[in-house]
Design a protein around this ligand. Structure first.
Ligand SMILES: CC(C)(COP(=O)(O)OP(=O)(O)OC[C@H]1O[C@@H](n2cnc3c(N)ncnc32)[C@H](O)[C@@H]1OP(=O)(O)O)[C@@H](O)C(=O)NCCC(=O)NCCS
Length: 172
């Protein structure tokens, strides 16, 4: 049986965090958003961005990685919300490349994120998920979310609002 470790990302994890995000975006989002939105998803751009995210972490986000040994397999980020909409916390992102999906990593990352955010006093949470990202919507539903029909238009694609009114009722 695989044993995975969930731990906060360190500065040294920046290159592998960038690799995870770039790979995930290209294998999952290519069919869901215009090609131009993926243009900045390169290692040249994302490695320095992840270095900045982890080192500065201006929003004090919870940045977690799922590891198998020393290998990073997936990342999640959550915490202070980007918008005021009545929900305490935002799940900013979850990125697990296609080759590592459906191995339980998302559940582990999600549960640890919710546990830590609850400890910090967050009671509810939201995120936006691309309409048509069926796998992710099914995953969040399995994690106790309500997938609303509130649709927000972005540049070339649209996103659905996904909510947890009470984090105590999420999957953990
Ligand atoms: C969405 C994501 C985080 C889920 O992580 P994961 O590791 O693949 O999911 P898990 O293996 O932990 O799945 C847990 C449960 O969620 C549900 N689920 C997960 N993926 C699913 C899918 N593609 N279809 C249907 N149900 C799914 C199942 O109930 C699953 O339990 P089971 O495997 O026992 O049936 C991951 O697939 C991912 O990063 N996708 C690409 C990027 C993305 O879309 N991120 C979300 C942006 S909003």
């Amino acid at each position: 049986m695989n044993s995975y470790l969930i731990r906060p990302l360190q500065f040294e994890d920046s290159p592998s965090s960038a690799e995870i995000q770039v790979e995930t975006w290209h294998d999952t989002y290519t069919s869901l958003m215009p090609e131009r939105n993926l243009a900045s998803m390169t290692l040249e751009i994302m490695v320095p961005r992840w270095q900045k995210i982890i080192q500065e972490n201006k929003r004090n986000l919870l940045l977690l990685g799922a590891f198998e040994g020393t290998q990073l397999l997936g990342v999640a980020a959550g915490g202070e919300p980007r918008e005021i909409n009545g929900y305490d916390a935002e799940l900013w992102s979850m990125n697990i490349p296609l080759k590592n999906q459906r191995r339980g990593l998302g559940r582990l990352l999600f549960n640890q994120t919710v546990k830590e955010l609850s400890k910090q006093g967050y009671k509810s949470m939201y995120l936006y998920c691309i309409d048509g990202n069926r796998g992710a919507l099914d995953f969040y539903h399995a994690m106790g979310a309500v997938v609303t029909n509130h649709l927000v238009e972005r540049d070339g694609y649209s996103e659905l609002l996904v909510i947890w009114d009470n984090l105590k009722h999420s999957s953990i």
